[in-house]
Design a protein around this ligand. Sequence first.
Ligand SMILES: Nc1ncnc2c1ncn2[C@@H]1O[C@H](COP(=O)(O)OP(=O)(O)OP(=O)(O)O)[C@@H](O)[C@H]1O
Ligand SMILES: [Mg+2]
Length: 316
Amino acid sequence: MKDSQPGSHREIKKTQMMVYEMKVQDVMTREVITVRPDQPMSSLREVLRHNRISGLPVVLENRLVGLISLDDFIGWLAEQQKDCLVTERMSQKLEIMYDDDPLVVAIGKLDRTGMGRLPVVDRQSKALVGILTKGDVIRGLLRKLEIDYEEERLRHHYAGQILKEIQADQTALFFQYNVPGQDFKRAGTGSSRLKRTLKSLGVRPDIVRRIAIASYEAEMNLVVFTPGGKISARVQPDRIVLEVKDGGPGIENVDEAMQPGYSTAPEWVRELGFGAGMGLPNIKKSSDGFEISSQPGKGTRLKASFLLREQRDEAE
Ligand SMILES: Nc1ncnc2c1ncn2[C@@H]1O[C@H](COP(=O)(O)OP(=O)(O)OP(=O)(O)O)[C@@H](O)[C@H]1O
Ligand SMILES: [Mg+2]
């Protein structure tokens, strides 16, 4: 089945792209003020007041065992009970992040849970390595914006001319990236390598961003739904054609899959913040030309093209 239609442009904000690429560890606070579970509740008064914070991870031998908030403390005060241990009042139902989780997942979790802070633990050792608040996210994004701006300004001096200076009747550069299926830890690697490559060729930043969104969404689909596939980009003087192929299982009804909000993502994927059914529609929106075809049992292939000059009327 096929779906083909020129896509309308969507403004993709730079910050949006950054949260796809950055990891929790890039923005989290590493010096975490913690308390022990065997500490008396009364001792929190000073810690909370002195540091002006509203919540503290409770840690025993490097391991996170709970979270105690200003609210917990006030609740305890209000009940005017005798002193007790932190462990008796802390909450043990913990929402945590791993330090190598994508930032986009953390932002989703901060939003969904309404939590002010998320403790960050090391995936292997499970030791507490940091804490993440919305403030950390904003500061981290601002820092990254500043660095990127400086890099872009420098690059402006030497890049951008390569494609224009090539003299030939036909020119194309071809890049290909392998994407293993189910490997969430490496998800997004192909797209960010492609993005960096296009940037260094001097492709216009807004176009790079649209291609990056499309390739990121397609890459996530490969990771979630298929045993793996390939992302490729063909850079021509007038356009860049992104092609994403996989080895199955294919899509039964492509028109249905293209509907915003349609998703067959399993629960565990949704818990990671994906599965809103917006991937394919976003790819289409961000591109100047979009085609998808799928053979159930065999695989799926999608093609998105991006015009480099103002030649939209010539788009397929
Ligand atoms: N490469 C693929 N192979 C098999 N099925 C796919 C593939 N890509 C998409 N699909 C199917 O199409 C549906 C819609 O895909 P889409 O990317 O729009 O949303 P999603 O991946 O479910 O959620 P989101 O992208 O918002 O995280 C998926 O839920 C899945 O059923
Ligand atoms: Mg998707």
